[in-house]
Structures are given as structure tokens and as C-alpha cells.
Design a protein around this ligand. Sequence first.
Ligand SMILES: C[S@@+](CC[C@H](N)C(=O)[O-])C[C@H]1O[C@@H](n2cnc3c(N)ncnc32)[C@H](O)[C@@H]1O
Length: 214
Amino acid sequence: MDAERDAHEIARAVERQRELWRRNAPRYDRQMQFWEGKLFGDARIWICSRASGDVLEVAAGTCLNLRFYPPDARLTCVDLSPEMLDIGRERADRLGRAATIQEGDAHDLAFADSSFDSVVCTFSLCNIPDQRRAIAEMHRVLRPDGLLLLADHVVSTNRVITVLQRGLERLSLRFAGDHLTRRPYPLVVENGFVIQDHERYRAGIVERLVALKA
Ligand SMILES: C[S@@+](CC[C@H](N)C(=O)[O-])C[C@H]1O[C@@H](n2cnc3c(N)ncnc32)[C@H](O)[C@@H]1O
């Protein structure tokens, strides 16, 4: 019964995310440009330059990462928002970058086990309703020795900022479905990944990591 209720709640949260991103899609790139300048820095280059071979990007949004991947990476990008993906497709055309861009839910990836050499997820585990399940799916579709590459805003290492984040989270969850005090790192380790490289910056609010599927 609990599993049934969880599945129902996740399905509702997914629908809510889809609606939020339908409305936000036209503004997203501009908003992200602001946050990249203020907070995230070179996270996209740091992450994408480490991807290789068959690469899956989960919750790729408007595919802002496209320009940062190595030219020989074979890209598949999934997201649950058709409006975000439409902008991503236009970007791929503009850049002349081949990529399979399709709708998909991070909780239930439509790929066989061990299909990819790298799985990338940037600034999305804060939005995906069940981050534990999404990380388990990323683990499943990675080949042994494949790399998980994550960057996100997380709970700060500074207590004062953490209190602020907890306060703001009520609003961010309500209006943007955005968790400000999550931290995927322990779940990545719990899933059996071995952390290979890891950085936190801006008072620990931004975290990026490379983890190996051992
Ligand atoms: C803040 S945007 C990040 C987009 C992109 N990763 C980037 O780096 O710019 C969050 C994205 O997560 C997507 N998303 C949320 N929940 C999802 C889910 N369950 N499955 C797939 N995508 C999801 C949203 O549609 C949105 O495009």
C-alpha cells in the first residue's frame, strides 16, 4: 500500500514539474545565465569535458550543455518537458550538434541496463521528485566502469546560509518545485558508486562530482 501511495505521489509530482517547466521554458536560458555568472561558474565545462562514448544526459532541459561535450561523444538527452526539449532541439540545430533528444522520466529511464559510458545530470536532481530513484536509474543504465557526472546546488556548509536555504525552500518548492537543501553525494555513495573527483564551492552551495560505477 505504501509503495502504491509513493508511486501515486511521484506521478503527481512529475505532472506538477511538467506543468512548471512548460510555463518556465521561455525564460529558462536567461535565468540560468544569471545563476551561472553568480553561482555555478564553470560547472558545465567541468562536467561535460569528462563525458565520453555513449553519453546520456538526464533532465537535460534546454540542452545548455550541448556545446561543452567532446565532439566525438554520442549524445542522448532526456527530459520530461516537451517545451524545454523543443528549445534544446533548436540549439542542437544551431550548433550543428548531433544528439538524440527525447522525452523521458528520470525515475524510469527507457534504456536497457548498462547502455551508457557516461551519465550526466546538471542542476536537475534538485527538481526531480525522487532523487534516490533517479540515481538508482542512472546506476542501472551505466556500463561497469562508466562515469556518473553530477553538478547541482545543495545544502550549504555554512550554518547561517543553511537556515536561509531552509526558509527559502518553502517558497522555491511551492513556486518552482526546487529543493534547496538536498545533497545527492551520500545517495551516490549508497548506490555503490566510487567517488573519483569532487568539489564544493560558494560556501558549499555548489557541488560537482565524478563517480565510477565499480
Ligand atoms: C533546472 S532545470 C535543469 C536543466 C538542465 N539540466 C541544465 O543543466 O540546464 C531542471 C529540469 O529537470 C527536468 N525534470 C524534472 N523532473 C524530471 C524527471 N522526473 N524526469 C526528467 N526530467 C525532469 C525539468 O523538466 C527541467 O527541464
